[in-house]
Design a protein. Structure first.
Length: 305
């Protein structure tokens, strides 16, 4: 008869065998596996350090370029926009500092700001879409304007605004259309008056969720300006080049990418200079995308052009 002691000894023997197997297996495999893992870890550390150094180098270069632009921006852009009329349009939420910085460089380049128009958050509010459609399809319809046959407030409102802002209608059309949108609290004019111009810089800001109504409204407005014959540069901050930000949307649109220039660091000194130079280029149909964000062709336009 098997005793309790026999069971106990058997169990102990099993555990001893397992422990011995683990020790032997670990000893046999420990050397090669540990060596390989250490090599991989060291390689990853090296890659990380190299990338960190590269980032610091690039940040330093961008910082140096911004400092240079801040000190010599006026000289760099001097004459680039000689006697050229420029219309400045500000999207909802865009920084006044960015607007003023771009304004300053345009003036330094010899350009004349013919007006500063701001679109309000009501213009890109989905709940107000029917108001835009009603305004554009009512009696407020400039002679010669053909509205797109769609049920899209962005395309309809954009077509109406682009028509008068680029000076395609009668002189009174601009006042009447802006007055209609102003009564809806959708636009505001910074200053006493605004005159049309086919050279336009649009100031955007921030990222927006993909497929958002506001993002579609802003892109439709830029589309309308371009379709109506405008020479358009869209300038924004770094965030505007991500997700459905306005700069990202333009760069991601096949038609706009080839016809509308963008700057994704317009909230910096070098971005302000880039915007003025990009405006000078777009007048001659030279399209470019500048800054540090996704889709940029170069940090800044070639000043020698």
């Amino acid at each position: 008869m098997i005793s309790f002691r026999y069971h106990l000894v058997s169990i102990i023997a099993v555990f001893l065998a397992l422990a011995l197997g683990i020790v032997v297996g670990t000893t046999a495999l420990n050397g090669p596996i540990t060596t390989d893992l250490r090599k991989q870890v060291n390689t990853l550390k090296g890659d990380r350090n190299a990338l960190a150094l590269q980032v610091r180098t690039l940040q330093g270069q961008v910082g140096d370029a911004s400092s240079f632009a801040e000190a010599f921006g006026a000289q760099i852009v001097d004459g680039a926009l000689d006697k050229k009329d420029v219309l400045l349009i500000v999207m909802p939420g865009a920084s006044a500092t960015t607007r003023d910085g771009v304004d300053k460089e345009i003036s330094a380049a010899g350009g004349k700001i013919t007006g500063r128009l701001e679109l309000t958050s009501s213009y890109v509010d989905e709940r107000r879409g029917t108001d835009i459609t009603s305004l554009a399809t009512s009696g407020l319809h400039p002679q010669g304007l053909t509205l797109p046959v769609v049920n899209d407030p962005g395309k309809i409102g954009g077509a109406l605004l682009a028509f008068v802002l680029l000076g395609l209608g009668q002189p009174t059309d601009l006042t009447q259309v802006l007055g209609g949108f102003s009564e809806l609290h959708m636009v505001s004019v910074d200053g006493s008056s605004i005159s049309p111009s086919k050279t336009v810089v649009v100031i955007g800001t921030g990222s927006m969720p993909t497929d958002s109504y506001a993002a579609g409204m802003e892109l439709s407005f830029v589309d309308a300006l371009q379709d109506a014959g405008g020479h358009v540069v869209v300038a924004g901050n770094a965030a505007s080049a991500s997700q459905a930000g306005l700069v990202a949307s333009v760069r991601g649109s096949g038609a706009d990418k080839n016809t509308v220039s963008t700057v994704d660091n317009a909230d910096t000194a070098i971005g302000e200079v880039s915007t003025a130079l990009a405006l000078a280029d777009i007048v001659n149909s030279n399209v470019g995308h500048y800054g540090t964000g996704k889709g940029a062709d170069a940090l800044f336009p070639d000043p020698s052009k």
